[in-house]
Each structure stands twice: as C-alpha cells, then as structure tokens.
Design a protein around this ligand. Sequence first.
Ligand SMILES: O=c1ccn([C@H]2C[C@H](O)[C@@H](COP(=O)(O)OP(=O)(O)OP(=O)(O)O)O2)c(=O)[nH]1
Ligand SMILES: [Mg+2]
Length: 157
Amino acid sequence: MADSVEVLITASTLPSYSHPGDAGADLHSSEALVLEPGQRATVGTGVAIALPDGYAAFVVPRSGLASKHGITIVNSPGTVDAGYRGEIKVALLNTDSSMPYSVAVGDRIAQLIIMPVTRARFIEVERLPGSDRGEGGFGSTGTAARTASDSTAGVNA
Ligand SMILES: O=c1ccn([C@H]2C[C@H](O)[C@@H](COP(=O)(O)OP(=O)(O)OP(=O)(O)O)O2)c(=O)[nH]1
Ligand SMILES: [Mg+2]
C-alpha cells in the first residue's frame, strides 16, 4: 500500500475503504431522507475529523449513485479544511427529473479523499511571465482529436 496518514476521528460509523488501494473512503449517511427530483439536501455523516496540517479532505460523489440514480454533490468536490472540527456534511442533489431517491441511515452517500495540499504565497506583480497557452482556455483547443502535427514540436514526440 502507498503512503497513509493518521487522521483523528469521531464517528457514528467510520468511513470505509472498500478495497485496498482505494482513494476514497465511503461516508455513511446519519439520516434517512427522500430527495425528490431536482431537490438538494445537506446530509449528515456523523463524522468529524482533525486532519494534520498540510492536508485537506475532499467530499466527492460516488460514481454508481451518479450514473444509476443521478445523485451528485452540488459543491463537488466539497473541501474540508484541516482546521474544521464540525460534522462533515454532504450537499446531495438529485439530478433525476422524475425519480425520487431514498437515503437510509448508514447508506454510503459519498466518499472522502484525503490529500496533501499546499498554500500559496501570493506575490503580486505588474505582468505575468508568458507561456505557450497564454490566455487560451474554456475550449480554446476545441474537441476534435488532435494529430501529431497539431502538437507543439517535442511535446508529444
Ligand atoms: O462538502 C463539504 C464542504 C465543506 N464542509 C465543511 C468543512 C469545511 O472546512 C467547511 C467550510 O467549507 P467551505 O470553505 O467550502 O465553505 P464556505 O461556504 O466557504 O464556508 P466558510 O465561510 O465556513 O469557509 O465546511 C463539509 O462538511 N462538507
Ligand atoms: Mg470557506
């Protein structure tokens, strides 16, 4: 197994990794509720953690719930700061236009990914250094397949 880190926790149900090597530990709902089509709800997990400095936790959707039932997370990825000691909550959204979705206590509704993070020292300047991309963004490279000749010489060679 790769690196792991100790995280202090209080929990009604511990987050659970399903397989060795999984990045996400599943978070269990501490409440029962029904999400009507298009409805969102901030759902408890009964979990609070104290992350070491230099780490953050990210609350992200489960792909099975998303692809089978249209259940996603409004603010995905939800960011849990190292200093946060409150209950981790999940802002679930039912994107399905016709099917309600029922959550039972204990259901695995999201997953938590622990990652090292860094903080910036913002250094204000008059003008940024140039780059190949420049200000191109938001689809500037299109969607069609790229050929070797499209690529900057050397990058994909
Ligand atoms: O999905 C999430 C996202 C955040 N949080 C908790 C932990 C996080 O440290 C805190 C604040 O989150 P964030 O900074 O994203 O929210 P904000 O709207 O900026 O609130 P604040 O003003 O408290 O920072 O809320 C959760 O429990 N679940
Ligand atoms: Mg904030």
